[in-house]
Design a protein around this ligand. Sequence first.
Ligand SMILES: Cc1cc2nc3c(=O)[nH]c(=O)nc-3n(C[C@H](O)[C@H](O)[C@H](O)COP(=O)(O)OP(=O)(O)OC[C@H]3O[C@@H](n4cnc5c(N)ncnc54)[C@H](O)[C@@H]3O)c2cc1C
Length: 376
Amino acid sequence: MKRTYDVIVIGAGSMGMAAGAFLARQNADVLLIDAFDPPHTNGSHHGDTRMIRHAYGEGKKYVPLVLRAQKLWHELEEETGSRLFERTGVLGLGNAESAFLQEEIASAKEFSLPLEVLSADEIRRRWPGIHVSDEMIGAFEPDSGLLYSEACIRAYRDVALRHGAELLTHTRADAIDCHADSVTVRTTKGEFHAARLIVTAGAWTGTLFPELSLPVRPFRKTAVWYEADESQYGLGKLPSYFMDLPGQRFYGFPSIAGSGLKVGSHDAGKDVDPDQVDRRFGAEPDDEGELAGIVERFFPGVSRRVKKGQVCLVTWTPDHDFIIDRHPEHAHVLLLSACSAHGFKFASAIGEIAMQMALFGNSQMDMSAFSLRRFR
Ligand SMILES: Cc1cc2nc3c(=O)[nH]c(=O)nc-3n(C[C@H](O)[C@H](O)[C@H](O)COP(=O)(O)OP(=O)(O)OC[C@H]3O[C@@H](n4cnc5c(N)ncnc54)[C@H](O)[C@@H]3O)c2cc1C
């Protein structure tokens, strides 16, 4: 195997595999290095499904990025013949004062996105399996939905390899030596060199640049699938959903081919070291936490029987926004952490942006909101 490349990507998960595919399509000589064999269950991308919302409660600045991402997911489906996106619609529930819902509604207006604001009565009429109290409203986006996350990574992996990228699995990058115009990556399988480096290491991002003290914190999070009647809670019957409740947000997906209704908490979780974390669901006493209560309150027809539970890692920044920037002292090194539990949907667009920044010096979209300078 070769030892010198145009670009090395450390971390071939959600963002890195997409970056690898975009780079390889441009005929760049690219090496993808991953500690596991993506998709896998050790990082942030497993668990079947990830939500893609267009009108964005986290801030309007994300809307152009998510619209570009949606287009690129469709193109990837066409190119690979894989089913990656399901247009389930996304229903947001909360009180009318919910700042998150209000931002979502405002961003739909600003970008002319289809979004229906529904009363509690309208929600009950439309989805009889959902129970909401009278003061709640719904914000329904009919064109949004879910992505099959592992299938997305598999599809980008196929594209990257088909266009000549090399993928080194089960290989951990232990250290990076940055030179004036190149890098050396030291791994468990020897040293590799490249003119440019992209680091998309997810929950491990902070470990690769100890000198930068990046403000990224990995958390252990769980999701649970509850046994559910598909005629009421299955794909095509129930939208993907989230609830913005005072102090906490929950989210989930319809039952897909017998999977069960998926429920997770956006905020709960425990600070962990990604190399030490116990990835077995049930290893911690509060792994189910408040999820059964959420099912009981909002989906009275769903059983409390857990079909499956899973542990996943999320990486938080203090403001819950992403990091998409160059290393402050080495412009040929890119750091990308699209994290804080809402990054997956953007992976296609961020892969394209990483390619543009690495090969052409700049991206077509303005990434200044995600710069490292905001933490200094
Ligand atoms: C439970 C849960 C629910 C979520 N729900 C949503 C959602 O509904 N919608 C949404 O948009 N987002 C969601 N997210 C967030 C989204 O999944 C993440 O933001 C996204 O997967 C992060 O991608 P990544 O490439 O940074 O990390 P990953 O996909 O984990 O990739 C990082 C890769 O780097 C590799 N790696 C790390 N260190 C090294 C090293 N030193 N050497 C070699 N390889 C290394 C790892 O093996 C891994 O493959 C959710 C996350 C979780 C955990």
